[in-house]
Each structure stands twice: as structure tokens, then as C-alpha cells.
Design a protein around this ligand. Structure first.
Ligand code: NAD
Length: 488
């Protein structure tokens, strides 16, 4: 495996972006970034202190009156500039993600998706409409929809640019100001976006971006009395802490996009090659570090041997290696913590199921590489069937009939994405209705999605929905105005 790690982006921003200025953290503190490919330190990034997080919120609060007073189209002008700058920075963003969290530059698409979102939201501000009613005699009543004020956004490391834009753009176009905290594992693309926010000319304080660990600056944001909405994507553990912090402070609204243990169900009439190709991609893409990856596959027993044979062969085209090389399509796991956690799940999986693909980590390798791993015939109550592994590890089990597989698929606390492969339309729709999941793919699986469809989880996979048609609502309060109209 060739490990090169020689990016074209030699220098990059690592400071905090508060009130339109790049600043070091108030106590000069920094945290290390270690390459997941070489296990060597390559950068130091500013660690936002409690004071820094408070300063970012204060800047956002001060910027709110003027920003919210602008027309949606005046706000949208900045969005269009930012979208163009993000597209121009495609290569830099791809390389920065490869450096910090090991995502292969091949197939990097987030810059396009982020620019699409910005261009969409640039035009969407006028959808913030109220209603009116003549239904109460003697009154003309109406609702107004208004921004909350300061919105907090806390994002994970696996697809950072998308989360950064998909949370902040609807909040900003609705007239809120924002403080975004990036993940300590992948802060470089958010810091890069901050340089583009500055270039796009957003007024100071409107869009603040800070880096650092969750228990320090993230904790300040989730407890902050001046933050009225917080949008979070990450683990269930942190989601629960954020909800508790909201309850203990000002009962801010909380939107949570959390983890998954997504099932994919393959019926005998499915297009087998397509089902194999797509379920394999789902669990391998981004080295399995995807909330909605199909980590449990249920195949009808009549086609299981063929499916498993093709699935194993499919993994043969994986090119594991330096994520900066164009031919690599399987990078390392994001960091040592993720790597160790996945290895321990693999050890656990060996005790409960039959491992038919996967290997011991090569001793000579310093990076955090995990071979795609397949377990068969694992008991439904085994740890690896119940808990989110967040790596390229999949359990393939069999089923006999529809009721049995629905019960197995739903026997989880998660409910983010379920997939069904069948040519029988009635069966597909029956399954779509029965599966306890925020998203159901029919003859497709994750990460297939649609930007104008709500995305979010049932059960412990989340609270609320995000997406082009619903996100604006997350960031607008509703005010009822009751107007008495005097008789002549
Ligand atoms: P994480 O919960 O460890 O961290 C997410 C963010 O929360 C980071 O920015 C972190 O610094 C911050 N944080 C940590 N502790 C905090 C605290 N006490 N207060 C405030 N903020 C805190 O999650 P992760 O490891 O970055 O991401 C992986 C998880 O995210 C997986 O569970 C995955 O399924 C989930 N995820 C969900 C979706 C979705 O859309 N549903 C998408 C991607 C990832």
C-alpha cells in the first residue's frame, strides 16, 4: 500500500472565526491533528475555550438585529457567493478531508452538494410565510414566522462540509445568526469554509465557526441561555447530553440526527447483482463511517448462498490506501479511537458469528486501516447486531418470510434507514409501512437520498427532520397575532 500524504494544500486555516475575524483561542490552547493514514501529527488547531464560545455567541447576538432586518434576497446574495467559492475550493476541501479524517479524494462530492444547498436556500427565504384567518367572528387573525436569534450547530467528522452547510444555511436565510462548532477529528474543512465566509463578505458576527472538543465549547453552546435552537448531528450519547443541557438551561429547541443500525432486506425476486453492489457500497463507503450504512443485511434463505458469494467477491475491487491518491476508494478509519473501537467489535463478532471476510490488521501498518469484514449467522441479540459499529463491518443473516424479517429488522432502538429489494410493488409498500425507520429505500439503499425529502430518525436515531422542504421550519418561531376588528 503506497502511503504518500503529500497534499497540494500545504497551508491551511486552523484558527477560530469569531465576529468576522480569525483569532487564536483566548488561552492560546491548541489540539493536535494526527493523520489517520500515517499516525503522525501534522497540525495544531485552536481549541475554543469557554470564553471563546461565549464570545462567538455574543457576536452572533449582536449581529442578529441587522441581519434579521435584511430581506431574504439580500441575505441570499452572500449565499450565492459562498456557493461559488466552495465550488472553486473543491480540490482543497477534498484534500483537507483526506488529511484529517482519511476520506479518499476520489469521489469527494460534498462541495457540489453544499453549493447546491446554498443555491437552493439563497432563493428560499420568501417561503417564511405566516397564515391568516377570518374564522373567529369580529377578528382578523394571523401568524408571523420569525427567526429565533442565535442558532447553535454542532457537527460530527464523517461528512463535515455537508452538515456545516445543511444546518447553517436554512438558519441564516431565515434571519438567524449562527455559531457552528466543528468536530475535533475533522476541523479543517470547517475552518476552510470560514475563510470562504469571510471572502463572501458576510457581515461580522453573522456566521461564526469555532473548533474544539465537545466537553468544552460544545458544552457551552448546549447550555447557553442566548442560544434558542441547537441542531446536532453525532452520537446518541452526545445527543442525550445536549438534550439534558437544553432542559437544564433555557429549554432551547433541539434537533438531533443520531446513529443507526440500518437493515437491508433482500427478497428472492430482487435484482441480485444490483442488491449486492448497492448494499456492499453502503457499508464500505467512507470506510463504513456513515450513520445510515446498512450494517445488518437480511437475505431470503433461498438466495443467501449466491448473495453471500457475490457480496464477498464485490469487496475484491476495494483499493485501500493513501486517501490522497486518486485510485484509492477505501481510506483509513478517522482516528485511533474509531479504529480501536471497530477492532474490539470485530473481536466480539468472532465470538458470536462466522467471519467469512476480513483480516487481522497488518502489523507493519501505522495507519488506522480496517479491512471490510463480513459476519454470517450472528444471533439477533449479539452485541454486534445491536450496537452501532461505525466501520466497514456487516452482519448478513437469513430469513424465511416477511413477518419474521420485519420483526428482526425492527428489533432495534435505532430507526434511521431501512432498505427493501423486491420487484413486488405491493410487498415493497407493505414493508415501507411496517418498517420503523425515518427513511425507507425501495430497490435502493443508503446513502441514496433526495435533498427535497425530510431526513431523520425514528426512535433513538433522532428528533426532528432536516432537508430542503423542512429545515426552514426548524429555525422559525410562530407568533399568533389576534386582531379585533371593531363593528362600524
Ligand atoms: P460525537 O457525538 O462524538 O461528536 C459529535 C459532535 O459533538 C462533535 O463536534 C463533538 O465535539 C461534539 N460533542 C461531544 N461531546 C459534547 C458535549 N458534551 N456537548 C456538546 N457537544 C459535544 O459523534 P461523532 O463521533 O463525531 O460522529 C459519529 C456519530 O454521529 C455516529 O453515531 C453516527 O451515526 C452519527 N451520525 C449521524 C448522522 C445522522 O444524520 N443521523 C449523520 C452522521 C453521523
Amino acid at each position: 500500500m503506497a502511503i504518500k500524504q503529500d497534499p497540494k494544500v500545504k497551508s491551511f486555516e486552523t484558527r477560530l472565526f469569531i465576529n468576522g475575524k480569525f483569532v487564536d483561542s483566548s488561552d492560546g490552547g491548541k489540539f493536535d491533528l494526527v493523520s489517520p493514514t500515517t499516525n503522525e501529527k501534522f497540525a495544531e488547531v485552536s481549541e475554543a475555550t469557554e470564553d471563546d464560545a461565549n464570545a462567538a455567541v455574543a457576536a452572533a447576538k449582536a449581529a442578529f438585529p441587522a441581519w434579521s432586518a435584511l430581506s431574504p434576497s439580500a441575505r441570499g446574495v452572500y449565499f450565492k457567493k459562498l456557493a461559488a467559492l466552495i465550488l472553486e475550493s473543491h480540490n482543497d476541501l477534498a484534500e483537507l478531508e483526506a488529511l484529517s479524517m482519511g476520506r479518499p479524494v476520489s469521489g469527494y462530492f460534498e462541495s457540489y452538494a453544499a453549493a447546491d444547498s446554498l443555491n437552493h436556500y439563497a432563493e428560499s427565504g420568501y417561503q417564511a410565510l405566516g397564515t391568516s384567518s377570518l374564522n373567529t367572528p369580529g377578528f382578523v387573525n394571523m401568524t408571523m414566522r420569525q427567526p429565533y436569534g442565535v442558532v447553535g450547530a454542532i457537527i460530527p467528522w464523517n461528512v463535515p462540509v455537508l452538515f456545516c452547510i445543511n444546518k447553517t444555511a436554512p438558519a441564516l436565510i431565515a434571519g438567524n445568526t449562527v455559531v457552528l462548532k466543528s468536530s475535533e477529528k475533522a476541523p479543517l474543512t470547517s475552518a476552510k469554509i470560514a475563510t470562504l465566509v469571510e471572502k463572501a463578505g458576510f457581515p461580522p458576527g453573522v456566521f461564526n465557526i469555532i473548533s474544539g472538543h465537545g466537553h468544552i465549547s460544545g458544552n457551552v453552546l448546549s447550555h447557553h441561555m442566548d442560544i434558542r435552537v441547537i441542531s446536532f448531528t453525532g452520537s446518541g450519547r452526545t445527543g442525550r447530553l445536549i438534550q439534558q443541557a437544553a432542559a437544564k438551561s433555557n429549554l432551547k429547541n433541539v434537533i438531533l440526527e443520531l446513529g443507526g443500525k440500518s437493515p437491508a432486506i433482500i427478497f428472492p425476486d430482487a435484482n441480485l447483482e444490483k442488491a449486492v453492489q448497492e448494499t456492499k457500497h453502503s457499508i464500505q463507503w467512507n470506510s463504513g463511517q456513515v450513520c445510515m450504512a446498512n450494517s445488518r443485511i437480511y437475505v431470503h434463505e433461498s438466495i443467501a448462498p449466491k448473495f453471500i458469494e457475490l457480496f464477498q467477491k464485490g469487496f475484491a475491487d476495494i483499493k485501500s490506501g493513501d486517501p490522497l491518491l486518486p485510485e484509492t476508494n477505501h481510506g483509513p478509519q478517522a482516528d485511533a479511537i474509531q479504529y480501536k473501537q471497530i477492532q474490539s467489535y470485530i473481536e466480539e463478532g468472532k465470538k458470536t458469528g462466522k467471519m467469512v471476510l476480513g483480516s487481522e490488521p497488518p502489523q507493519h501498518q501505522s495507519g488506522f486501516f480496517v479491512q471490510p469484514t463480513v459476519f454470517l449467522d450472528t444471533p439477533e441479540d449479539a452485541k454486534v447486531m445491536k450496537e452501532e459499529i461505525f466501520g466497514p463491518v456487516v452482519n448478513i443473516n437469513t430469513f424465511k418470510d416477511e413477518d419474521e424479517v420485519v420483526a428482526k429488522a425492527n428489533d432495534t432502538e435505532f430507526g434511521l434507514y431501512a432498505a427493501v429489494y423486491t420487484k413486488d410493488l405491493s410487498r415493497a409498500l407493505r414493508m415501507a409501512k411496517k418498517l420503523e425507520s425515518g427513511n425507507v429505500g425501495v430497490n435502493c439503499t443508503s446513502p441514496t437520498g433526495a435533498p427535497d425529502m425530510p431526513f431523520g430518525g425514528y426512535k433513538a436515531s433522532g428528533v426532528g427532520r432536516e432537508g430542503w422542504t423542512v429545515s426552514l421550519d426548524n429555525y422559525l418561531e410562530v407568533k399568533t397575532v389576534i386582531i379585533r376588528v371593531d363593528e362600524e
